[in-house]
Ligand binder design. Structure first.
Ligand code: SAM
Length: 187
């Protein structure tokens, strides 16, 4: 059975090609960015956002270990993504991942929140090429996570069906705090 992160990665793997420009909205320890960097290859670019220097430092070690040099790490919230991408002359992107919550092994109080997550989706959706995906891994199991899940799902359910198909991938025989993935396909 495909677990949540592999499901999220498979969606991106099917839709991202070498040379593409993609966004990791929550860099964390860099695992998703490493995955994206391998999908886009040397000709592609990954723009990865995090608000914690610790995340950039951890990721830099991972990238060094794997000889990754196509990831641009940005020490800024994803709610500033459109400004950052404009400054870098990026006018379109071919995929996005959000892996919500807090940095594993670090301060759980520094976590994503629905308002900035929604702001970022609103900025990145117009830049996304049609027939491409924004994939979001949601963790409702921590204190902020439940509220973030509810507000995010309410926001996503209001996106008109003519603009996007949005699917939720969730184990139904788990606690209500179990993670799940949402894939938003731009039409
Ligand atoms: N993608 C990561 C990986 O592969 O290791 C895991 C991400 S971790 C679950 C969530 C990250 O989101 C944390 O590192 C946290 O600092 C970051 N974060 C919280 N608020 C943010 C924001 N507004 N913009 C960007 N990153 C944020």
């Amino acid at each position: 059975m495909k677990q949540i992160i592999p499901f999220a990665h498979d969606i991106l793997k099917e839709s991202i090609s070498e040379g593409d420009t993609v966004v990791d909205a929550t860099l964390g320890n860099g695992h998703d960015s490493l995955f994206l960097s391998q999908l886009v290859g040397e000709r592609g670019r990954v723009f990865s956002f995090d608000i914690q220097q610790e995340a950039l430092d951890q990721s830099a070690l991972l990238f060094q270990e794997h000889n990754v040099n196509n990831v641009d790490m940005v020490l800024k919230g994803h709610e500033f993504a459109s400004d950052v991408l404009r400054e870098k002359d990026i006018s379109s992107i071919e995929g996005v991942i959000f892996n919500l919550g807090y940095l594993p092994g670090s301060d759980k109080q520094i976590a994503t929140s629905s308002s900035t997550t929604i702001k970022a989706i609103n900025q990145l959706f117009p830049l996304l090429e049609p027939q491409r995906y924004i994939v979001i891994v949601v963790y409702p199991g921590h204190s902020e996570g439940q509220a973030e899940k509810e507000e995010l799902m309410q926001f996503l359910s209001g996106i008109p069906a003519k603009e996007a198909d949005i699917v939720k991938y969730q184990m139904v025989n788990r606690s209500s705090g179990a993670p799940f993935a949402v894939a938003l396909y731009k039409k």
